[in-house]
Design a protein around this ligand. Structure first.
Ligand SMILES: O=c1ccn([C@@H]2O[C@H](COP(=O)(O)O)[C@@H](O)[C@H]2O)c(=O)[nH]1
Length: 232
């Protein structure tokens, strides 16, 4: 299984500035299968601007919803006009919350993939332990993955370190979207569970998510092209 699939690049455009996001989207669009906008951009500019920056590109709107089921259902309804290809909730929000999100996804005119964030890639075992989770990221990712898929999620957000484990346990069907990816020699920053694009692809990721290595590069288009070439 590992290596048999084609892994795509999602470019994460984390900025509050519409002009900057638009410039990045145009530059990296030819090299990425989708662009990701998240909390920083959406809070600053609102949902119409999200759609405007994405233009015709496939959009991963990464808002990581985490609230009671009724509130998440309402938020999902508010997101329908954005026509995102992928939306996120936190798997730790629980079964009923994920089920509620799935019902709203099914009702959208453009049906997005519902992705459940397992354990943030910025957390290592020690940080997870501080939140009261004793077993370490792999155990917690597996537990949340089974919960989320059982509740109707189409896929998971996980680090590259869990991809092989998830594929072995869950097969080819779940869409695995993988941040925590750094080309060799690039600053890792706040990410903790990290691999290179090639390693994440070889493990069996459907999508890798890469932000700062692209947006902070002197030439974002060239950086995205180099990562896409590493996946080919
Ligand atoms: O566990 C997670 C879930 C989401 N993200 C998001 O991915 C990008 C990664 O950006 P980099 O600059 O490449 O670190 C960012 O938008 C996060 O919100 C994640 O990193 N980890």
């Amino acid at each position: 299984m590992a290596g048999a699939r084609r892994t795509g690049l999602i470019a994460a455009l984390d900025t509050a500035d519409i002009q900057e996001a638009t410039r990045w989207a145009r530059a990296v669009g030819p090299h990425a299968g989708a662009i990701k906008l998240g909390l920083e951009f959406a809070y600053a500019n609102g949902l119409p601007a999200v759609r405007q920056v994405a233009d015709d590109a496939a959009l991963f709107l990464d808002l990581k919803l985490h609230d009671i089921p009724n509130t998440v259902a309402g938020a999902m309804r508010s997101l329908a006009p954005v026509r995102a290809a992928m939306l996120t909730v936190h798997a730790s929000g629980g079964r009923a919350m994920i089920e509620a999100a799935r019902i709203e996804c099914d009702a959208m005119p453009v049906r997005p993939l519902l992705l459940a964030v397992t354990v943030l890639t910025s957390l290592d075992a020690e940080a997870l332990h501080e939140t009261g989770i004793a077993g370490g990221p792999r155990q917690q990712v597996m537990r949340l993955a089974r919960l989320a898929l059982g509740a109707g999620a189409d896929g998971l957000v996980c680090s590259p370190h869990e991809v092989t484990m998830l594929r072995d346990a869950l097969g080819a069907a779940p869409v695995l979207v993988v941040p925590g990816v750094r080309p060799a020699g690039v600053e890792i920053g706040d990410q903790k569970r990290v691999m290179t694009p090639r390693q994440a692809a070889a493990a069996g990721a459907d999508w890798i998510v890469v932000g700062r290595p692209i947006t902070r590069a002197a030439d974002p288009a060239a950086a995205a092209a180099a990562i896409a070439a590493e996946l080919a």
